[in-house]
Design a protein. Structure first.
Lengths: 278, 358
């Protein structure tokens, strides 16, 4: 764990800061009720929470995809490397080095894996050679993709498609990747593999990650810092190691209880009663 | 401020699932019906009734029919005008073969002929989807229009090639032909349109409508849920063609009085499609709003220079009407890409929570 990632970053070394944003869908549904978070330069930050807590909405608010779904950031601000980005178009953000890997992969089914990866280099202006060397680098990270480079993305496995989606994002040479549910629908082994690669990318290419995850256990093992969302609010944050040890997190998300249980019934009762937000 | 559901408690499921759950909506609907049935015939001029309201209602009915197919079931059709033609010609043939039968019966019956033809042309829809289906329905458009031109039996070997509507009476009052007053024709059209809209509202909010929307949103998932795709799609084609066919019969018998095959050309199909898209796909009120925008807006625009006393030539007014109407359509779609019905829904939602933002 790097020094920068160990503490909640100050404005100086933060690559992304989200200040108290509020998001409303379709003019009437309030989804985020004031979310603030910071991603330090070169850090991996996990955004955890149950279904409907607002993880994906937070990511989409940052990448500005929210407007495509009739959402709107009505309060607060989002800064990416010191610059307000909440009014930018999603493609402008990609040019500035912040790219999102959407939930559910969204590979181009009728393009080959290699063509998919090349679409990621669309915003690059530094010449073919640099792109070709980055392609080789992506293949070095994902050897499986090199084997399948000529197959149509629609006919590859879920894990390969997720790798393709991350690799495609890498091709734009981002400084930061917003990763939404990389573990969705994947076998535990493949999830482990993908998280290994995320860590690898983070240490070797110094890419910062903000990842939204359901799988609290694995996310907290790979992330440096974590935020826990519940019904559109951040209810807890802290270093990943500390969160892993937190009794409430253990109880709510990891499914283990610290205190010895007397009976199953008692545990269920306790779970029903105790919530961060009533 | 007045649009609040505060204090309106639902005590049973039927009330909760009603199409108009809010009292203000029901009052509004009652007011609209009151204006349509009493105020307009009493105080409306002949121009308003014959040239604005009757065409508007006929086009709205056709738009509802097309909306069932395109908006609710997701099957694109470019042949709506041809099915209007089927309805019109069927009504013409039936009423000339059996002139003694009540004309309203034949108007409704012609819908069934149109439905049968619609099912026939809907058969490929199980295999063909999207743009390709649009092309397949284009075949219906051209083939049927060719029939209206080349099959003399359809227009009773009339040398002009057009169909002309003779006078028919209903309870001793002429309802079609030259001697029928606009108010009588208006009442017949209004009653049929209101009745059929009511049926359509119940259809699309019930089991059948849910099947259609499931097929539209994801046909594979719909199949997985046990919905049989072919019957669902064919039923949509049948019901849609029925509505469009009745609208076609009304158009010739109650509005134009006579029609040539050209009245059912592809232009008309596109205009109907525009109404459905601009009004809002998958919305009955959208069909009315779309028909109003496409039919009534140009009339209003045309009247503006006269009302303001600006002397412009008739040809210039015609050109200006095209320009302004086109610009308005683009404006409305930019403001709300999902059509006027969505704009309406958002306005209602905003009114409900006003003065709070959500």
């Amino acid at each position: 764990m790097t020094q920068a990632a160990a503490t909640p970053a100050t404005a100086r070394d933060a690559i992304l800061t989200v200040n108290n944003i509020e998001v409303i869908y379709n003019h009437v549904i309030l989804v985020l009720k004031g979310v603030s978070l910071t991603v330090p330069q070169g850090g991996i930050v996990a955004l955890l929470g149950a279904n409907g807590a607002g993880k994906t909405t937070t990511l989409k608010a940052i990448s500005n995809l929210i407007r495509a779904e009739r959402g709107e950031v009505t309060k607060g601000s989002i800064e990416f490397s010191g610059e307000r980005v909440d009014r930018l178009r999603p493609d402008d953000l990609v040019r500035r080095g912040c790219i999102q890997v959407m939930e559910g992969r969204h590979c181009f089914g009728h393009l080959t894996i290699e063509e998919n990866l090349m679409t990621g280099a669309f915003t690059r202006r530094d010449g073919r050679k640099a792109v070709a060397s980055d392609l080789e680098q992506v293949y070095a990270f994902f050897p499986r993709l090199k084997q399948r480079r000529a197959s149509l993305a629609g006919y590859t496995s879920g894990g390969e498609q997720q790798m393709c989606a991350i690799g495609r994002a890498m091709m734009s040479r981002p400084r930061m990747i917003l990763l939404d549910e990389p573990s969705m629908g994947l076998a535990p082994q493949v999830v482990e593999e993908i998280f290994e690669i995320v860590r690898n990318l983070n240490t070797t290419s110094n890419v910062s990650f903000l990842l939204a995850e359901q799988n609290t256990n694995i996310a907290l093992r790979y992330a440096h810092y974590g935020y826990i969302l519940e019904s559109g609010r951040i209810v807890l944050d802290g270093e990943a190691a500390a969160l892993r040890e937190n009794q409430d997190v253990k109880e709510f998300y990891l499914g283990v209880s610290g205190a010895e249980r007397k009976s199953f019934r008692e545990v269920k009762h306790y779970k029903r009663r105790k919530r961060w937000l009533a | 401020m007045f649009y609040r559901e505060v204090g309106q408690f639902k005590t049973n499921y039927a009330a909760d699932q009603a199409i108009f759950p809010i009292r203000q909506d029901r009052i509004g609907l009652a007011l609209i019906l009151l204006v349509a049935f009493i105020v307009i015939p009493l105080f409306g001029g002949e121009f308003l009734i014959a040239s604005v309201m009757i065409p508007f209602l006929v086009l709205a009915l056709a738009a509802i029919g097309l909306n069932i197919l395109v908006g609710y079931t997701g099957l694109i059709s470019l042949g709506a005008a041809a099915f209007m033609g089927v309805g019109a010609y069927a009504c013409y043939k039936l009423s000339t073969i059996f002139p003694e039968v009540n004309i309203v019966v034949w108007i409704v019956a012609s819908g069934f002929v149109s439905a049968a033809v619609g099912v026939l042309f809907g058969l490929p829809s199980l295999r063909i989807k999207g743009f390709y289906l649009a092309i397949a329905t284009l075949a219906a458009q051209f083939f049927l229009q060719w029939c209206f031109q080349r099959v003399p039996w359809l227009y009773n070997y009339n040398t002009s090639g057009a169909i002309e509507v003779p006078t028919h009476t209903l309870f001793g009052v002429p309802v079609t032909g030259a001697s029928a007053t606009p108010v009588t024709r208006y009442y017949v059209v209004l009653t049929i349109v209101v009745g059929m809209t009511w049926v359509a509202a119940n259809l699309v909010h019930g089991r059948i409508g849910r099947n259609w929307m499931a097929v539209r949103d994801m046909d594979i998932a719909a199949q997985l849920m046990g919905i049989r795709l072919l019957p669902a799609k064919l039923l949509a084609f049948a019901v849609s063609s029925f509505y469009v066919g009745v609208a076609g019969a009304l158009m010739v018998f109650m509005w134009l009085g006579a029609a040539e095959p050209e009245a059912f050309n592809i232009n008309q199909s596109f205009i109907l499609l525009f109404m459905v898209i601009i009004g809002g796909l998958g919305s009955l009120i959208g069909s009315f709003l779309g028909a109003a925008l496409i039919h009534i807006l140009p009339i209003i625009v045309r009247m503006v220079p006269d009302a303001l006393g600006i002397p412009i030539g008739a040809a210039t007014v015609e050109h200006l009407t095209f320009i302004i109407t086109g610009a308005m359509i683009i404006f409305f779609l930019v403001v709300e890409p999902h059509g006027l019905a969505r704009l309406w829904a958002i306005a209602k939602q905003k009114l409900r929570v006003w003065p709070f933002p959500y």
